[in-house]
Write a protein that binds this ligand. Structure first.
Ligand code: ADP
Length: 312
């Protein structure tokens, strides 16, 4: 079974408007409200793949209850840790081909909640059923910047692998710490942020960057490159992944679908080549749909065969 972690989930509200009128009333007819946050996108894709998955993280208030109910309705197991703060709303206004987002920061975690979650997390991680943990997204306020390192330390104690998809200071802190995730999946923007200078999509440059001491002891580094596929390092091996042209509808959440593919492939002990194919195909399938964290698996096999993996 796979454990997914979403530390700052949300109820994602989508407001489609023909025209967005500033400084006056906008009436919305077709509202959708879905559980959101990067880890929950990963969870949904894993569920669609028929992988056994359970979701955890912090949850609070009426919106937290709503998320739990909606997940259960979709048959998604969850074991969240309840906090005193309120789970947030994130609003996307879709208008005239634009997407204007209003993202609440979310609750602040208290010291005792922060300590008690680690106990809750350890109980889940040590369960025999859990084979791998996928941690995604940013840390809510109130948690120390090395919180993910502490969580990875717990996973290491029980010899469980971690796929980590976060960015900025939280990721940098993990890379500097002794406990390492098995996989990280930055895009070039996140990679540039990490090393403090612009990184292009050029494979030679990426090869050089990934040899940096900062990435030592990370078994897999998979840099997703949008329409250019991905560049990956697995121990001493380097791969360039080329993907076919697709009709992109909404690429938001493609990185999360890629993370679902990576986690699922490791869970089933796939070869390097199959892991990279699965990860990229799921990223592409998400980009071809309107919904975030949703894939139409009818096209899976065709795309799987069209992906090109080059060891370089
Ligand atoms: P993130 O959302 O983290 O920035 P990417 O945009 O790199 O991630 O997308 C993740 C994966 O999804 C890519 O590695 C690729 O396989 C696939 N993908 C995303 N956008 C496209 C696209 N326009 N064409 C083909 N594949 C895409």
């Amino acid at each position: 079974m796979i454990l997914t972690v979403t530390m700052n989930p949300s109820v994602d509200i989508s407001y489609p408007l023909e025209k967005f009128n500033l400084d006056t009333v906008n009436r919305v007819v077709k509202v959708s409200k879905t559980p959101g946050g990067k880890g929950l996108n990963v969870t949904r894709v894993l569920k669609q793949l028929n992988d056994e998955v359970v979701a955890t993280g912090f949850i609070g208030g009426a919106l937290g209850t709503d998320i739990q109910k909606k997940l259960l309705k979709k048959g998604i197991k969850n074991d969240f840790f309840e906090i005193s703060g309120e789970t947030r709303n994130c609003i996307a206004i879709l208008h005239e081909g634009n997407q204007t987002e209003i993202l609440e920061k979310g609750p602040t975690i208290t010291k005792s909640e922060s300590d008690n979650f680690l106990e809750h997390f350890e109980k889940l991680v040590k369960s025999k059923e859990i084979k791998i943990i996928a941690i995604s997204g940013s840390l809510p306020d109130g948690l120390e910047i090395n919180y993910y390192s502490k969580m990875i330390g717990i996973c290491e104690k029980y010899k469980k692998s971690v796929v980590l998809d976060c960015s900025g200071k939280a990721l940098l802190e993990v890379l500097k710490n002794e406990y390492k995730p098995k996989v990280i999946k930055p895009n070039t923007e996140e990679l540039s942020q990490l090393i403090g200078k612009d990184v292009s999509k050029n494979p030679d440059e990426l090869k050089k960057v990934l040899k940096d001491k900062l990435f030592e002891k990370i078994e897999w580094i998979i840099v997703s490159l949008g329409a250019d596929g991905a560049f990956a390092k697995h121990n001493d091996k380097f791969y360039k992944v080329n993907v076919p042209n697709i009709k992109v509808v909404n690429p938001v959440g493609s990185g999360d679908s890629t993370v679902a593919g990576i986690t699922s492939a490791i869970h089933e002990n796939a070869s390097d080549e199959d892991l990279l194919r699965k990860a990229n195909v799921l990223g592409m399938l998400n980009a071809m749909e309107k919904l975030t964290g949703f894939v139409n698996l009818e096209n899976y096999d065709k795309l799987f065969n069209e992906v090109e993996i080059l060891e370089i």
